[in-house]
Design a protein around this ligand. Structure first.
Ligand SMILES: [Zn+2]
Ligand SMILES: [Zn+2]
Length: 282
């Protein structure tokens, strides 16, 4: 299983990165190396799941996968920096000159997992005409907290977290690329402040991809329940006993060194900040 940090900019696109967009891929060889997946009848092909599709994410995503080959889009919440490029994806899947459903006559029904309002929000963002549906292109599926969703060799489980809107952290398990035959797990916080849910989400994972949009001191005046700081991300990592901490969702006005230094005051394991295009083999 491989994680590509396609877009790591917090809250809005930055000069060096799109807003939130992460690609989890399982190469065919990893599926074939797992007796459990083979026995379960999972097709031995490349699989791709996109975690969040914020502003600009769809552009950079195309460096790693043809959007028509994505198997599911899993949205943490419906703030624009996490979902706005669904509109572009709709155009791509519908009107691509060779692969678009308008041309082939075959609707892709791409699973789009998200909060309860995901279908309504997608239509509003795109500006569909009254009566026009996106349902042929997208198959919208609302999350139920704690209920795992299977996408080929991957299992995605949503955990409710602490943010002003319905928001989830996503726990993703799949076959390891570095330890053949074993299962690895990563957790992605989405947007959240410190809460029990985010610690449960991260419990014992191999890699925690944690937002750290705020800074201690600088953002203390903002009401609670919006974002983690590097320090609070470090607390989550320490309490949950994660194998590795990767900080993300830093807005362009933040210094990654500050977030990392804060995290290291709380968490003694390997820690770093994500950059656009980084690849983690798990
Ligand atoms: Zn955000
Ligand atoms: Zn948000």
């Amino acid at each position: 299983m491989r994680l590509v940090t396609v877009g790591v900019a917090g809250s809005f696109p930055g000069p060096d990165s799109p807003a939130s967009c992460y690609l989890v891929q399982v190469p065919a060889a990893d599926v074939a190396a797992s007796p459990e997946l083979v026995a379960a009848g999972v097709e031995a092909r490349d699989w791709s799941v996109v975690l969040d599709l914020g502003n600009g994410g769809l552009g950079a995503l195309q460096r790693y996968v043809d959007p028509a080959d994505v198997d599911a889009v899993a949205l943490s919440h419906l703030h624009p920096d996490h979902c706005s490029d669904l509109s572009g994806l709709y155009v791509y899947l519908r009107y691509h000159p060779h692969r678009g459903s308008h041309r082939t006559g075959v609707d892709p029904h791409l699973p789009v997992l998200g909060p309860a309002a995901v279908a309504e929000r997608a239509r509003a963002m795109y500006g569909t005409e009254p009566g026009e549906s996106m349902d042929g292109v997208f198959a919208f599926r609302p999350w139920t907290a704690g209920q795992a969703v299977r996408v080929g060799p991957l299992t995605v489980t949503p955990f409710r977290v602490f943010h002003p809107v319905e928001a989830y952290g996503l726990r993703v398990s799949g076959p390891s690329s570095v330890r053949p035959g074993e299962t690895v797990t990563l957790a992605y916080t989405g947007d959240t402040d410190l809460c029990d849910g985010v610690v449960e989400l991260a419990r014992g994972v191999d890699l925690l991809l944690s937002e750290a949009a705020f800074e201690e001191g600088r953002d203390d005046g903002v009401e609670p329940g919006i974002h983690l700081t590097g320090r609070r991300a470090g607390q989550v990592a320490a309490r949950a006993g994660v194998g590795r901490l990767v900080l993300t969702h830093l807005p362009a006005w933040s210094d990654p060194r500050v977030a990392l230094a804060e995290a290291r005051t709380e968490y003694g394991g390997p820690a770093e900040t994500a950059a656009a295009g980084d690849v983690y083999e798990l």
